[in-house]
Design a binder for this molecule. Sequence first.
Ligand SMILES: NC(=O)c1ccc[n+]([C@@H]2O[C@H](COP(=O)([O-])OP(=O)(O)OC[C@H]3O[C@@H](n4cnc5c(N)ncnc54)[C@H](O)[C@@H]3O)[C@@H](O)[C@H]2O)c1
Length: 405
Amino acid sequence: MSSLQLNFKSLKAGPFRCGSGPRRFPTKPGSVRCAAASPTRSYAITLLPGDGIGPEVISVAKNVLLLAGAIEGIEFNFHEMPVGGAALDLTGVPLPGETLSAAQQSDAVLLGAIGGYKWDNNEKHLKPETGLLQLREGLKVFANLRPATVLPQLVDASTLKKEVAEGVDLMVVRELTGGIYFGKPRGFSTNQNGEEIGLNTEVYSISEIDRIARVAFETARKRRGKLCSVDKANVLEASMLWRKRVMAIALEYPDVELTHMYVDNAAMQLVRNPKQFDTIVTNNIFGDILSDEASMITGSIGMLPSASLGEKGPGLFEPIHGSAPDIAGQDKANPLATVLSAAMLLKYGLGEADAAERIEAAVLHTLDRGFRTGDIYSDGNKLVGCKEMGEEVLKAVDLNVAATV
Ligand SMILES: NC(=O)c1ccc[n+]([C@@H]2O[C@H](COP(=O)([O-])OP(=O)(O)OC[C@H]3O[C@@H](n4cnc5c(N)ncnc54)[C@H](O)[C@@H]3O)[C@@H](O)[C@H]2O)c1
């Protein structure tokens, strides 16, 4: 059975069923050939620890990848490179050329987080965040997949009532390389009254909308077959075109039920009745906001992974949280979002669904045994730090071996 078939099987099951199914996004040819030809597969992974808690959580995820990989006959060649503030301190730029080319040449990229107080007042081109935007642009990853799943073990961590949060399992597909974050003209200027203005432009082309819509329909098709496109088509021309093109692409996917929602209503519905959503597709800025809102339904930002995919080349996998400078270096970070990002890397980036499932099962097992970092702690559980949480996940990955042998 090929690795892609296995991938399909695994995506249908389990609470982490993120739903993009067998990779419809073109898979890196080398990875597939490698996986199919030999029981021992080898992948080059660029690790970008970044700033703040980034190095702490990446260190945990790397060890988990190594162990799960070893059990599944996968070898990883890790290449660690600086990005964000760490790169600024080392090289004077937030994304050194060497980091980008290492990332482009690898099979997948795993990022911790970037940013911190130290660089907050830097000029824009010297901000850590600029490095992240350049990385996404350089890897041409236009589709950001963010699952928000309320795990039964953590339902009490949600700020929503249990009956509202229980069973939520949704995926936000966010357009990542277009819209107002990149649109031109932009900048500062002066209006007719001589007053200073800040200017940004929300702009989308048909090809940009069509390709993200296709990713979203494919994703919905592998989940519960429901896609909600979120826009502001009652006000914005860019949204009017968005809606028109999403409806046109829908003709290719008659099996997917398409609905539309204005973004203000979607923000409200996400806290009123989040279970109504299966897959949401939206533009860059609405996706940025709605996916953070969706994340809070699950209880902790420290639990949520993400995948950013392009048409070809390596994907970028990262937790959705930032560098958490308030807890950096204190062994308090929850590493599970990064561990689950590593699982997404295996599943979506490399087509290694068995190894991904092994990691997901280990995370669930660790939570079942009551281990909690501070952000997800509740009475009756065992409070652990980042390192200990990592060790417990490793034990669970090992346990899984015993259970399957
Ligand atoms: N993709 C990224 O790298 C990314 C994303 C968002 C923010 N940032 C940057 O991170 C810095 C801090 O931003 P912020 O405070 O708005 O967002 P943040 O996500 O870093 O932190 C928000 C809150 O959540 C907590 N938190 C975050 N991740 C956690 C984890 N894994 N475990 C436990 N608690 C966790 C933090 O302690 C903090 O209280 C800024 O410089 C910002 O630009 C980077």
